[in-house]
Ligand binder design. Structure first.
Ligand SMILES: *Cc1c(COP(=O)(O)O)cnc(C)c1O
Length: 407
């Protein structure tokens, strides 16, 4: 009975409840969603939208993918959590399938993306002291300007975005910031105590910033030459989003530590992981790191199926093909409010002319036409639909973008 009553509440009630009781750390569009299927979302008033955000690329496989749902329900009725004090019959299979797919040697399972980042930073420091021989507490990690790696204190401590950092200090030492896309700056910053370079293959939150061709390859070479761990944060770029399983493949390189999350569970459950070669993760000994939920059987079962459908159903190839179609179509709109279009696979951004008056109004106009997008910063509209999108759906979306952006 309560369920039915909840469903008939008007949209404004939900907004009022959030305003009354919730922390105000988000400013969402005023759309209250209640159902999702594939590329579509429905609001409480029954309007249908094409999702062009995919929960920041966490639902690459499409909303409520039926095979992931089935795996989740089956596992939820069998065993959900044991803690790592005991073993479970999903974890080993998850490790094996993930390592085979990504050609990794070893996995550290966590939950949210930022926990994977934190874990990698801990591992890199430990490796620096135990293997590289850096003097105690002197380890240095190089990061990039305009990075986004999550919201914990240590991670925002090396953010260059004042909104992320202001009022949250003091922050821990041990990080050095270099410009993104500049291999010479990276080389100049590497010193005897540098243990790692942490970088996004494409900077998502910064506005889908694609570095110059050869940058990741150069970073790989520098890290190898100077005995520095290359950590690629593929939490957003990974798992098909850019038209490859991992974005590192575009430059034919392999990181020493690769971070994945978001779509690792197809949006069903927080699952993240640090992928590595044996030597690096091998520095962790029992008791030195952990997580109550990390590696739990429910998360593992969900992630196993989320990976399987990504590959089985050709979503990675589809992201490459549909991304090309979408980017070309957006570029063809030209004129109007559009300054530039950037994209790789289905990770796309339309940067608007500063005079166009801010991206949020355009997102609201798109919402009125049945498309959900989110602005990043002032002038950029990010477009990242689920990887199951079809050519017909892209073409329909392009008509809406043209109507809104060409005006
Ligand atoms: C989303 C994201 C994170 C943080 O993931 P959470 O699950 O929100 O903690 C880290 N790095 C990148 C590149 C991301 O896009």
């Amino acid at each position: 009975m309560t369920d039915t009553l909840d469903l008939v509440r008007p949209r404004t009630d939900f907004l009022a409840l959030e305003a009354e009781y919730g922390a105000r750390n988000y400013k969402p569009l005023d759309v209250v969603l209640t159902r999702g299927e594939g590329v579509y979302l429905w609001d409480v008033d029954g309007h249908r939208y094409l999702d062009c955000l995919s929960a920041y690329s966490a639902v690459n496989q499409g909303h409520c993918h039926p095979r992931i749902l089935e795996a989740m329900i089956a596992q939820a009725g069998r065993l959900t959590l044991t803690s790592r004090a005991f073993r479970n019959d999903q974890l080993g299979l998850f490790y094996e399938e993930l390592c085979t797919l990504t050609r990794s040697h070893s996995v550290l399972p966590m939950n949210t993306g930022v926990e994977a980042v934190e874990s990698a930073l801990k591992v890199a420091r430990k490796w620096g002291y135990k293997v590289k021989g850096v003097p105690a507490d002197m380890a240095e990690i190089i990061v990039c300007a305009d990075n986004f790696h999550g919201r914990t204190l240590s991670v925002i401590g090396f953010s260059t975005d004042p909104q992320s950092t202001s009022g949250f200090g003091p922050f821990g030492p041990g990080f050095k910031v270099v410009p993104y896309g500049d291999a010479a700056a990276l080389e100049a910053a590497i010193g005897p105590n540098t243990v790692a370079f942490l970088v996004e293959p494409i900077q998502g939150e910064a506005g889908v910033i694609i570095p110059p061709a050869g940058y990741l390859k150069a970073a790989r070479d520098l890290c190898t030459r100077h005995d520095v761990i290359l950590i690629l944060d593929e939490i957003q770029t990974g798992l098909g989003r850019t038209g490859r399983l991992l974005a590192e493949e575009h430059e034919g390189i392999e990181a020493d530590l690769t971070l994945i999350g978001k779509a690792l569970s197809g949006g069903f459950y927080p699952v993240s992981a640090v992928l590595s070669n044996k030597e690096i993760l091998g520095v962790l000994k029992p008791g030195e790191h952990g997580s109550t939920f990390g590696g739990n059987p429910l998360g593992c079962a969900v992630a196993r199926m989320a990976l399987k459908v990504l590959v089985d159903e050709g979503m990675i190839e589809n992201a490459a093909a549909m991304g090309g179609r979408m980017t070309a179509g957006l570029r063809a709109i030209g004129g109007g409010a559009v300054k530039t279009v950037r994209g790789r696979g289905l990770m796309i951004a339309v940067e608007l002319h500063p005079a166009a008056g801010g991206a949020r109004a355009y997102c609201q106009a798109l919402q009125a036409r049945g498309i959900l997008c989110k602005e990043t910063h002032e002038h950029t509209v990010r477009i990242a639909p689920p990887l199951v999108i079809t050519a017909g759906q892209i073409d329909w979306a392009l008509e809406q973008f043209a109507a809104v952006l060409a005006a």
